[in-house]
Design a protein around this ligand. Structure first.
Ligand SMILES: Cc1cc2nc3c(=O)[nH]c(=O)nc-3n(C[C@H](O)[C@H](O)[C@H](O)COP(=O)(O)O)c2cc1C
Length: 166
């Protein structure tokens, strides 16, 4: 596997925890885990593969540390990008994991290829900007309501993206 980083923005630690679980599932000790609070776009450009994660705050807002860096994602080169998002489908059914949708819109403007879409049919929500037809643009985790499904969701998703990474 090429040079790979998992980069997260996390307010209460949930997204950071999922980043660590994704690394474990990738079974590659060379994978870097970075907080977006400490990572520049130039550093991001140095990786073959980026796995970018955000939670959603406010009503459909990006996690705070992604504000600013998100706009710079349009500068990414020919890299592989996979996205993961955390949200709460019970309390925020109309803005479910919208933050991940914002990352997707920014990466779409770059030369990078987004991989790792997932089916949205197993989730109970009303609206999400992270949804394209009946798919989410990445892995969706709901630690508030469905933490029992997290391990299985991560492992299935990581297996699906592994062959697609550079
Ligand atoms: C004040 C507040 C606003 C939130 N807004 C949303 C939202 O609009 N959409 C959503 O899906 N989740 C929302 N959430 C849920 C968080 O995204 C979720 O708890 C997540 O696991 C937090 O991850 P973090 O600790 O990595 O930041 C909100 C949570 C709080 C407390």
């Amino acid at each position: 596997m090429g040079k790979t980083a998992i980069i997260y923005g996390s307010t209460t630690g949930n997204t950071e925890s999922i980043a660590n679980q994704i690394k474990t599932e990738l079974s590659d000790s060379s994978v870097d885990i970075l907080s977006i609070a400490d990572t520049s776009i130039d550093e991001m450009k140095g990786y073959d593969n980026l796995i970018l994660g955000t939670s959603t705050w406010g009503l459909g807002d990006l996690q705070d540390d992604w504000e600013g860096p998100c706009d710079e994602l349009s500068q990414l080169g020919k890299q592989k990008v996979a996205l993961f998002g955390l949200g709460d489908c019970m309390s925020y059914p109309d803005t479910f994991v919208d933050g991940m949708g914002q990352l997707y819109e920014a990466v779409k403007q770059s030369e990078a290829e987004v991989i790792g879409f997932t089916s949205s049919t197993a989730y109970d929500f009303d609206a999400s900007v992270a949804q394209v037809e009946d798919e989410f643009v990445g892995l969706v985790i709901d630690e508030d309501n469905e933490s029992d499904k997290t391990t299985g969701r991560i492992s299935e998703w990581v297996e699906s993206i592994k062959p697609l990474l550079s």
